[in-house]
Design a protein around this ligand. Structure first.
Ligand code: 5SP
Ligand code: CO
Length: 232
């Protein structure tokens, strides 16, 4: 799917993207089916290497396994020190969007262009402490900016409102840029993020800590609609 999936992602906005960090990995197929039934349009996959962040998750085999079980675009959040070393393998495994961290690389614009040349959509992520200025040069080379509202590495952390200021600045300057937020998103933080101009909302705990994913996602969608003034 890769490149073509950007339109699928855009047309799903505003969208809640479940983060599979906190799902039941003993029943991955069932989890994906439950999320699809709950109306999920895009999946967010957190790849951590135990080096760029002090946590480890999974890599290409899980992406490839998911690819065989769903047509949903796979949005892969690379929290790894050397994104270029694994970018092609991730594309081959079936990733549709590869997002790397600006803090991990020396020349973000060049990394973004190299990833884009692989025929996949590219996102660039920045942690709460990282200034927007650091990613300016790379913006012409990316399809999406991921504004972290927690320090990358773990689910279940508290939302940092500094992300809202960054979203507002980016939305004002780049009306067409796809904007994503990740970390501590729940029914109380998703509305302010939408008001700040965000398109894609990554959610871990506020879905996977609930028994009923459909109800959890519906509540998040309602909060977005309220923020837009379109709630019924
Ligand atoms: O990238 C990350 C964490 O580094 C995320 O995608 C989290 O998995 C989101 O989890 P919650 O903050 O919603 O619990
Ligand atoms: Co993430």
């Amino acid at each position: 799917m890769s490149r073509a999936s950007l339109e699928a992602i855009r047309s799903a906005t505003p969208a809640v993207l479940p983060s599979l960090l906190l799902c039941d990995f003993g029943d991955l197929k069932g989890e994906v089916a439950r999320l699809a039934d709950a109306g999920t349009k895009v999946l967010h996959l957190d790849v951590m290497d135990g080096h760029f962040v002090p946590n480890m998750t999974y890599a290409m085999p899980i992406v490839e396994g998911l690819r065989r079980h769903t047509d949903m675009p796979l949005d892969v959040h690379l929290m790894i020190s050397d994104p270029l070393a694994y970018a092609k393998a991730m594309v081959d495994a079936g990733a549709d969007m590869l997002t790397f961290h600006v803090e991990a690389v020396k020349d973000a614009a060049a990394v973004a262009q190299e990833i884009s040349d692989l025929g996949v959509n590219v996102g660039i992520a920045l942690n709460p402490e990282t200034p927007l200025a650091l990613l300016r040069e790379s913006l012409p080379h990316v399809d999406m900016v991921l504004v972290m509202s927690v320090e990358a590495g773990f689910g279940g952390q508290k939302f940092n409102p500094v992300a809202l200021e960054k979203l507002q600045v980016l939305r004002k300057e780049f009306p067409d840029l796809l904007l994503q937020i990740d970390g501590g998103i729940d029914t109380s933080t998703i509305g302010p993020a939408r008001e700040a101009g965000c398109d894609l909302f990554v959610v871990g705990s506020a879905i996977f800590k609930k028994d009923d994913y459909k109800a959890a996602i519906a509540e998040l969608d309602d909060a977005i609609a309220k923020a837009e003034g379109t709630a019924s």
